[in-house]
Ligand binder design. Structure first.
Ligand code: GTP
Length: 597
C-alpha cells in the first residue's frame, strides 16, 4: 500500500468518556463491519473487559475510508489499554502509530488518566486531535473543556472536533481530521524487515497471534522471521489484517499493521516491544525502548480447601502461559499450607487474575496482603529483592532497605481536596505540586508504592464520592526506615499477616491489627493473646477472652433438631476456617485484618 494513503492512530481517553463508542462509530460508518454483525463495543473482547468496561488488551482495527478528496485511505486504529498497570503496553502501542485522538467528555473535562496517556502520546511525538464528545448532553460545555485542554495539557484545542459518539454527530469530521491532520507513516520498503511486536494473545484455533507494526521492509506469508530479544525463529503461516475479523493478506509493508501466526506455543514466548526481522539478512539494530515485563506487586494465593492445591497449580500454569507479565512460584505457609507467591503488574492485574481463577476455574482463594518488591541491602554487601515479608532476613544483618516510590497524579473537585491531601499525607506522601483547572484541583504526590497497593484507590474513591481520578508511575527506589511487623496469635506467628511497615507507623498499624483480629477471631474455650511484634519485641497486644458457654447450652434438653442444626452450622463455618496451632481463624479475617481504615 502507498504510504501516503495510510494513517495510524490510537484513541486516548479517560474511562467512560466514550472511546469504545467512538471506535464503534468509526467502524460502522465506514462499513468495516456489516450492520447485522455490529454489536456494541466491537473492540472490547475479553469478558472481564466487557463487564468492567475496561480495556486490557490492545485491540486493533483496519478501516478503509473513502475521503472527500476522492482517495481511499487505510486507517489503522490501535485501541490502547486504559489502565495504569499496563502503562508499558500503552507506550508500545503509542510507538506503533503516528497520531492520537484525544477524546474528552465535554460534560466532564480532563481527568488524571487522560493526562498520563496524553503524555505518553506526546512522548511518542504524536500529532494529537482533540475530540470533544457527548456534546448532546445538556451539561456539555465544549468551550470550557477546550480551554481546559489548552490549560492543563498545553496543546491547541481551537479546532477540536465536537461530536456525539452516541448519536453519530460529527463522526465524518473525525474521519476527515484523521486523514488531513495526522501524518502518513514513513518507512523504507527496500530495507531489511523491521517490525515491532505490539501485542500477542492466544486464540484457540490459531494458537498465538502476534500483532505487529511494520517499520521498514516487507513481511510475507511463508517468510522465516526472527524475534530479536528472544532469538527465536518462526515461519509466517498466516498473515492477516483485522477488520476486526481476520482477513488474509499476502504481505504487509512499511506503515502497515496486522497479525501473523507461526506455531508459537505460548504467549510467553512473545515479548511486547520486541523487534521482528528476517531470519537471514535481518536489520542491524532492534527498536529502542524494549523492557521485559516486571511484576511490581506480589501476593500469596492459597486455596481455602487444601485439596484444591493441584487444581490451583494447573489453573495458574494455564493463565501464565498467556500472560508474560504474571509470575508465580510455590510457597508454603505454616498458616495457609501450600500455595503460590504471585507477581503482577499492579493491583488491577492482580484482581483480574484472581477473578479469573475464582470464576473460570471455580477456586476459593485466600489472598495475602499485596506487597511491593523491597531492595534489602545486607551488611555483607549482598542485595536481596524481597517479594515476601515472610522472607525478611534478621535485622541485625541488614544494612538498609529501599522501597519503590511513585509519582501520583490526582484530579479532584475543589470541595474534596482537603480529604485527598489528608489521605496522601497519612500514606507518607510528599506533595510535589498543586494546581487548579477551573474548579478541579490537580495534585501531584510522591508516595511509597507500598502505601498505595492495598486500598488507596478504594479510599480515594470513597472520600471523594467517586469524583477523583488517579494515575501513577513508578519513579524509583528510596531508602526509608522500614521494618517487618509480625503477628502472633496464641504465640504462633501467622506469616500471612506479616507485613513491611514504616517504623514510625508500626505501633499504630500493630494496634489496629490486634484490635481487628480480636473482633474477627471467634472466641475459643481458652484465652488467646494476639500480638504484633518487630523482631522479638511486642509492640501491641490484645487478649481474646475465653468462651464460657457451650453453644448448645441454650437449647434446653428436648429440642434435638434445633441442637443438630446448631452443630451443623458450626461445622459449615469450620470449612472456611484455618487452624493455627489450637486456634481457628476464619478466612474472611485475613482480608478484613489487612484492610486499613
Ligand atoms: P472504557 O472502555 O472503560 O475506556 O470506556 P469508554 O471510554 O470506551 O466509554 P464508552 O464508549 O463505553 O462510553 C461510556 C458511556 O458513555 C456509555 O454509557 C456510552 O453510551 C456513553 N456515551 C458515549 N458517547 C456518548 C455521547 O456522545 N453522548 C452521550 N450522551 N453518551 C455517550
Amino acid at each position: 500500500t502507498d504510504l501516503a494513503k495510510i494513517r495510524n492512530f490510537s484513541i486516548v481517553a479517560h474511562i467512560d468518556h466514550g472511546k469504545s463508542t467512538l471506535a464503534d462509530r468509526l467502524i460502522q460508518l465506514t462499513g468495516t463491519v456489516a450492520a447485522r454483525e455490529m454489536k456494541a463495543q466491537m473492540l472490547d473482547s475479553m469478558d472481564i473487559e466487557r463487564e468492567r468496561g475496561i480495556t486490557i488488551k490492545a485491540n486493533t482495527v483496519r478501516i478503509e475510508y473513502p475521503a472527500k478528496d476522492g482517495e481511499t485511505y487505510i486507517l489503522n486504529l490501535i485501541d490502547t489499554p486504559g489502565h495504569v498497570d499496563f502503562a508499558y503496553e500503552v507506550s508500545r502501542s503509542m510507538r506503533a502509530v503516528e497520531g492520537s485522538l484525544l477524546v474528552v467528555d465535554a460534560s466532564q473535562g480532563v481527568e488524571a488518566q487522560t493526562l498520563a496517556n496524553v503524555y505518553q502520546a506526546l512522548d511518542a511525538d504524536h500529532e494529537i486531535i482533540p475530540v470533544l464528545n457527548k456534546v448532546d448532553l445538556p451539561a456539555a460545555e465544549p468551550e470550557r473543556v477546550a480551554a481546559q485542554i489548552e490549560d492543563v495539557i498545553g496543546i491547541d484545542a481551537s479546532d477540536a472536533v465536537q461530536i456525539s459518539a452516541k448519536s453519530g454527530l460529527g463522526i465524518p469530521d473525525v474521519l476527515e481530521a484523521i486523514v488531513h491532520r495526522l501524518p502518513a507513516p514513513k518507512g523504507d520498503r527496500d530495507a531489511p524487515l523491521k517490525a515491532m511486536l505490539v501485542d500477542s494473545w492466544y486464540d484457540s484455533y490459531l494458537g498465538v497471534v502476534v500483532l505487529i507494526r511494520v517499520i521498514d521492509g516487507v513481511i510475507r506469508k511463508g517468510d522465516r522471521i526472527k524475534m530479536m530479544q528472544t532469538g527465536a525463529v518462526y515461519g509466517v503461516d498466516k498473515l492477516a489484517v483485522l477488520k476486526p475479523k481476520m482477513i488474509d493478506i499476502p504481505e504487509l509493508g512499511p506503515g502497515e499493521i496486522g497479525i501473523w501466526t507461526g506455531s508459537i506455543k505460548q504467549v510467553r514466548d512473545t515479548r511486547v516491544g520486541d523487534t521482528i526481522t528476517s531470519e537471514k539478512k535481518g536489520c542491524e539494530a532492534p527498536l529502542p525502548g524494549f523492557k521485559p515485563a516486571q511484576p511490581v506487586v506480589f501476593c500469596g494465593l492459597f486455596p481455602v480447601d487444601s485439596n484444591d492445591f493441584e487444581p490451583l497449580r494447573e489453573a495458574i500454569e494455564k493463565l501464565a502461559l498467556n500472560d508474560a507479565s504474571f509470575s508465580y512460584e510455590m510457597e508454603t505457609s505454616a498458616a495457609l499450607g501450600f500455595g503460590f507467591r504471585c507477581g503482577f503488574l499492579g493491583l488491577l492485574h492482580l484482581e483480574v487474575i484472581r477473578d479469573r481463577l475464582e470464576r473460570e476455574y471455580d477456586l476459593d482463594l485466600i489472598t495475602t496482603a499485596p506487597s511491593v518488591v523491597y531492595h534489602v541491602f545486607m551488611r555483607d554487601g549482598t542485595k536481596i529483592d524481597l517479594h515476601n515479608p515472610a522472607d525478611m532476613p534478621d535485622l541485625t544483618h541488614v544494612d538498609r532497605i529501599e522501597e519503590p516510590r511513585i509519582k501520583a497524579t490526582i484530579m479532584v473537585p475543589d470541595e474534596y481536596l482537603g480529604d485527598v491531601l489528608k489521605l496522601c499525607q497519612d500514606r507518607r506522601g510528599l506533595q510535589e505540586d498543586l494546581t487548579y483547572a477551573g474548579s478541579r484541583a490537580m495534585v501531584i504526590y510522591d508516595l511509597p508504592l507500598n502505601e498505595v497497593v492495598f486500598d488507596f484507590y478504594d479510599r480515594l474513591k470513597s472520600v471523594t464520592k467517586g469524583y477523583a481520578s488517579f494515575d501513577y508511575q513508578i519513579t524509583g527506589y528510596r531508602e526509608d526506615n522500614l521494618v517487618k511487623m509480625s503477628v502472633l496469635v496464641n504465640d504462633e506467628p501467622v506469616d500471612a499477616l506479616s507485613m513491611m511497615v514504616h517504623r514510625d507507623r508500626a505501633e499504630m498499624r500493630g494496634r489496629v491489627m490486634c484490635e481487628k483480629l480480636k473482633d474477627l477471631i471467634p472466641r475459643h474455650m481458652f484465652k488467646i493473646p494476639i500480638q504484633a511484634a518487630i523482631g522479638g519485641r511486642v509492640i501491641a497486644r490484645e487478649t481474646l477472652s475465653a468462651l464460657r458457654k457451650d453453644v448448645t447450652a441454650k437449647c434446653y434438653g428436648g429440642d434435638a433438631s434445633r441442637k443438630r442444626k446448631l452443630l451443623d452450622k458450626q461445622k459449615a463455618g469450620k470449612k472456611k476456617m484455618r487452624q493455627f496451632g489450637r486456634v481457628e481463624i476464619p478466612q474472611s479475617a485475613f482480608i478484613a485484618a489487612l484492610k486499613m481504615d
